[in-house]
Write a protein that binds this ligand. Sequence first.
Ligand code: DUC
Ligand code: ZN
Ligand code: ZN
Ligand code: ZN
Length: 462
Amino acid sequence: MSILIRGGTVLSSTGSVTADVVVDGETITAVVAPGSWPGNADTVVDATGKYVLPGGIDGHTHMEMPFGGTFSADTFETGTTAAAWGGTTTIVDFAVQAKGSSLLSTLDKWHEKADGNCAIDYGFHMIVSDVNDGTLKEMDACVDAGVNTFKMFMAYPGVFYSTDGEILLAMQRARANGGTIMMHAENGIAIDQLVAQALAAGRTDPVQHGLTRPPELEGEATHRAIQLAKVTGAPLYIVHLSAAQALEAVAEARNDGQNVFAETCPQYLFLSIEDLARPDFEGAKFVASPPLREKSHQGALWQGLRTNDLSVVSTDHCPFCFVEQKDLGRGDFSKIPNGMPGVEHRMDLIYQGVVGGELTLQRWVEVTSTTPARMFGLYPRKGVIAPGSDADIVVYDPNARQTLSASTHHMNVDYSAYEGMELTGRVDTVLSRGRVVVDGAGWHGGKGHGKFLARELNQYLN
Ligand code: DUC
Ligand code: ZN
Ligand code: ZN
Ligand code: ZN
């Protein structure tokens, strides 16, 4: 099966060129001058007036994630299908070590959930929440299995939380085995006191979730994680960075040449604590950690994306239905499951940064695809349109208009965090390893097409 994508503007992280892209089977075989391909193709996709870019890579999703007595609402099937609709052709999801479980049994469990169910390719990070001798040894086996990124939590005491000493030990191990530590950097010990005080004072609304997790406590934890990384020599990747204070700490470390990287998420660029303060419990739709911040942080985050102090945009997709799930926290904001839906609209939302002059086209591709490919050891198989790479390709119509809504999205959740938001630009056609999964006629993908990706090491280390 061969496909010719004709007449489009092919984008990369370094430039753009009008070219035809030839796909044979699962692979890109040629990128040639327009009209110059002599061969026949089984299928021709007309990309005239459109961009042709490498499929998006969402390095931070939570499908079927256990949280607060429930599970995030997207399965690997529904979540990867929604991702594909939005031009994301790879996810890296988080396997979650429960206290008392081993890392390898956790990995098995996540393979059971995902294998045979994904519509696009997928890899795993490992959440380490029980640091002990066995866990530390198993980190090496995870690296060998292509799961070489380990998320730890300075938040959520009693659940996922690790002490500074435990973080230090895991960092030493990562330093030795080539892994990268990913950090949820919020000072959970201090936050828990603020939460208890709010509840004791009868302040129970969703906005309290934001008020009890101030940006200073993200800045502090980010700084602390960076110092621990410096002492141990481990590479560090700050996940879901939301606050200017945290960005400052990352920038300082990067200026010093440390292997410190960070991602932000669309919700921190487009939404704010004002959404958390919506009346009638509607703010619960926006409860995620770190919380949505004051709008004043957004400019700093866009700037960080330009300077590369923020080098990746991921979603932290972790959807919980408003009815039934977010409801668990009526009368007590601390019981609202933490997380927001977003995997479907990352490419579109960050494209608004191009429309608005915040980012170049090349930077859009870089932060949504090429850098995550390199950061998570998938390049050049993913993250670039070049001969030999997987044919994960998005044809994007830069002039189409769309309105985001739960009534039209494909995520398995009953609300959109961006309900009614009008966007310029829209996915036209999506290929996942050479298979047209989305086009104007609809969905042609299916569960089981997506394959597990054993990942190489981070390609950015000094
Ligand atoms: N933050 C969330 O909002 N949800 C899942 C885990 C996390 O760190
Ligand atoms: Zn987190
Ligand atoms: Zn997360
Ligand atoms: Zn079709």
